[in-house]
Design a protein around this ligand. Structure first.
Ligand SMILES: Cc1cc2nc3c(=O)[nH]c(=O)nc-3n(C[C@H](O)[C@H](O)[C@H](O)COP(=O)(O)O)c2cc1C
Length: 214
């Protein structure tokens, strides 16, 4: 769908999910992520950039697992994560829009839990590439977990946390030959509707990931 069409549909409140492709499972157990080795950090930083041309090829499950662990996985016995959060509120949820459905990343169990049995990728942004790229992430803040943060600071703290997660995704992508771009130009209402979010949950940003188009 073109960006203009999506903008028009968005203005009418009609940006809607497409039917899911294939039989998506209600729960997907992710393989154990590889937590060592890989490209040296300075090399990954040297390669980090935004890419907006994606092949349709889906990411294999081990790659998806590694990506999500790098993004916001549990990296310590005490439940600590790969990205920081103010007062360790861990208020960000990472939603995963795949052709087969939309899922919530459950870092504690290393699994994806389905939240919508439809293809939400096209709803995650106005730019046309989001429809066909194999994976769009959505970063959502749950304000109910930020009770200890003053109300006026909750959005900026959550946005900082989402930014850290996004950079983790950028570095994983750079290290694994993937393309990615963080996106703020999104229809937050349409995404919240499609994911079935509550009033405490705030859509912050979306990020597309995939193999670069050759
Ligand atoms: C908060 C934020 C919002 C952004 N929103 C979008 C967006 O909606 N669409 C897009 O294509 N790129 C978006 N970008 C990516 C920037 O355009 C990109 O980072 C910038 O052009 C610098 O390019 P680089 O990432 O390759 O260094 C966003 C970046 C940030 C930090």
């Amino acid at each position: 769908m073109s960006t203009l069409t999506k903008l028009a549909l968005g203005m009418m409140g009609q940006l809607r999910p497409r039917p899911a492709q294939g039989e998506g499972a209600a729960s997907i157990a992710l393989p154990e992520p590889v937590r060592h080795g890989g490209m040296p950090l300075m090399d990954a930083l040297a390669k980090r950039h935004s890419g907006r041309e994606f092949a349709r090829r889906e990411l294999p499950l081990p790659m998806l697992s590694g990506l999500l662990w790098a993004a916001y996985g549990v990296n310590r016995k005490d439940g600590g994560r790969t990205a920081p959060s103010a007062l360790n509120a861990q208020e960000i949820d990472v939603y995963v829009a795949l052709p087969s459905g939309a899922y919530l990343y459950d870092a504690a169990t290393n699994a994806l839990q389905r939240v919508a049995a439809s293809d939400l990728r096209s709803v995650t942004g106005y730019q046309d590439f989001v429809d066909e790229a194999p994976l769009d992430l959505v970063f959502v803040a749950d304000h109910a977990r930020m009770k200890l943060v003053p109300v006026g600071q909750r959005e900026s703290y959550a946005s900082a946390a989402a930014g850290a997660i996004s950079q983790n995704v950028y570095l994983f992508a750079a290290a694994h030959g993937l393309a990615t771009v963080i996106r703020a130009w999104i229809d937050r209402g349409a995404i919240a509707d499609a994911l079935g979010l509550t009033h405490d949950q705030q859509v912050l940003l979306s990020q597309t990931v995939g193999y670069p188009k050759r």
